[in-house]
Design a protein around this ligand. Structure first.
Ligand SMILES: O=P(O)(O)OC[C@H]1O[C@](O)(CO)[C@@H](O)[C@@H]1O
Length: 448
């Protein structure tokens, strides 16, 4: 097994063999804290066994709901932010064609999945309402807390739109809620209105939730195979939970990125050579950033899309401040390929590429960048993924979740909380005049 290979061959000039041996006892302690549940906040580890231990009845209901949406809607509006958004968006992009979401109604077999509630932009929401026009649509609102401002506002707007279009009773049948089992405003609304609902289990935080109903309903609605996704994740669970450092790419990734971090490579760039992997990095950035960035430490997660960003960020990466490390997610078997056309002339200077394919050129770019950036003082790691299937994505999700959680324990922080996110929220509530924030409002206004 495993469709993932973790390659550190480009790290030779940055990490000596003994360094892996030296960090191994600490890594194993971190791994044991995670796997055996002896670490802090251990109740938030339910994602670890989710691929094999999930509610089968709910899984069946998710597939049924996806079928209903496919039969009665042209568009599914998914409302959520952070972990209640990024996993589904990442998976949809990863699994479908680059222009899948732009296909017209007649061309598509399954509903278009669009997102809302992931910003506070009035223009975006107006554009989306315009786009929906007369199209039949349903709404999947996702929020673990049920109280996050961005999705709450969006849900009000799109629920109102549904009621206006279909009437209250039919609108209620087009609303799918994914939230906490008992708590929060959304659960209360489910109880009052009888919406179809799905549960985000207590022990799964937003950024670890893509393999729960949070990701599964939008992914299934888009026509992707969630059985295969879970199968890949289940096989990854079996592998990464039960193998030691020598055979475990996720543990190796956790070890090497921390060795590098301790040498001053404090910023990690997750990179790809496929445009539809852009949101993989956006998902990973929340996973890594919210997990590790606390107690005034942690690797800063960033991303770049190649070769696009070689023509923008490339200069900085090659010669800027030397605190960067790169992790490339590389696809081994591409979905498709195309020849460089044979024209019989060399006016554009690329006749030497005739007979080659675009993926061949892309692969040479990948190799060249590793050589250049390594020579420029930027350590490179490579996560190679066999292909862009549901099975491989399931594995990849588990690989990163496991590695980042171990990495958090290794760096001596609580990997499963995110207290820092609350500060801006409190200020915003105070400035907006939310009841209960009067004192903070006064304090802010005094300091302004
Ligand atoms: O699902 P919820 O409760 O709306 O939260 C959304 C996101 O907001 C955060 O709590 C941070 O603000 C994330 O951790 C979470 O993924």
């Amino acid at each position: 097994m495993t469709n993932i290979k973790f390659d550190t061959s480009a790290l030779k000039s940055f990490v000596k063999t003994n360094e892996l041996n030296e960090i191994k006892p600490m890594l194993n302690t971190a791994r044991d804290e995670l796997v055996n549940g002896t670490g802090v906040e251990n109740k938030m580890r339910q994602w670890m066994t989710l691929p094999t231990d999930y509610d089968q009845d709910e899984f069946t209901r998710i597939k049924k709901a996806a079928k209903k949406i496919q039969s009665d809607s042209k568009v599914l509006v998914v409302i959520g932010i952070g972990g209640s958004y990024l996993g589904a968006k990442m998976a949809l992009d990863f699994l479908h064609d680059n222009f899948y979401e732009s296909m017209s109604e007649d061309e598509r077999e399954y509903p278009q999945v669009v997102f809302a509630g992931n910003s506070i932009s009035g223009s975006y929401v107006n554009d989306l309402i315009k786009f929906l026009g007369n199209k039949d649509f349903s709404v999947n609102v996702i929020s673990k807390s049920g109280t996050t401002t961005e999705p709450s506002i969006a849900f009000r707007i799109f629920r109102e739109l549904l009621v206006k279009k279909y009437g209250q009773a039919e609108a209620n049948k087009r609303i799918y809620v994914t939230t906490d089992a008992k708590n929060g405003a959304l659960r209360q609304e489910v109880n009052e209105n009888g919406y179809e609902s799905f549960i985000i289990p207590d022990g799964i935080g937003g950024r670890y939730s893509v393999l729960s109903a949070v990701g599964l309903l939008p992914i299934a609605t888009s026509g992707a195979d969630i059985d295969e996704l879970m199968k890949g994740a289940a096989d990854a669970q079996e592998h990464y939970m039960n193998t030691s450092l020598e055979d475990n790419g996720a543990l190796q990734y956790a070890a090497y990125r921390n060795i590098l971090y301790r040498k001053g490579y404090t910023n990690e760039i997750l990179e790809n050579y496929e445009p539809n992997l852009r949101f993989l990095a956006e998902w990973w950035k929340q996973l890594a950033g919210e997990t590790e960035g606390k107690d005034e430490k942690g690797i800063y997660p960033s991303s770049a899309n190649f070769s696009t960003d070689l023509h923008s960020l490339g200069q900085y990466i090659q010669q800027g401040m030397r605190n960067l490390m790169e992790t490339v997610v590389k696809i081994d078997q591409h979905k498709s390929d195309i020849d460089v056309p044979v024209t019989g002339d060399n006016n554009d200077g690329i006749q030497y590429l005739e007979g080659r394919t675009m993926n061949y050129v892309n692969d040479k770019a990948f190799q060249s960048v590793i050589i250049a950036h390594t020579n420029g003082g930027v350590p490179n790691m490579v996560v190679s993924l066999k292909d862009q299937t549901e099975y491989s994505l399931g594995e990849l999700i588990y690989f990163f979740e496991f590695a980042i959680a171990v990495s958090g324990y290794l760096n001596g922080i609580n990997p499963f909380n995110q207290p820092g996110v609350e500060d801006y929220k409190s200020n915003m509530f105070a400035l907006l005049g939310k009841p209960g924030y009067e004192d903070l409002k006064k304090k802010i206004e005094k300091d302004m």
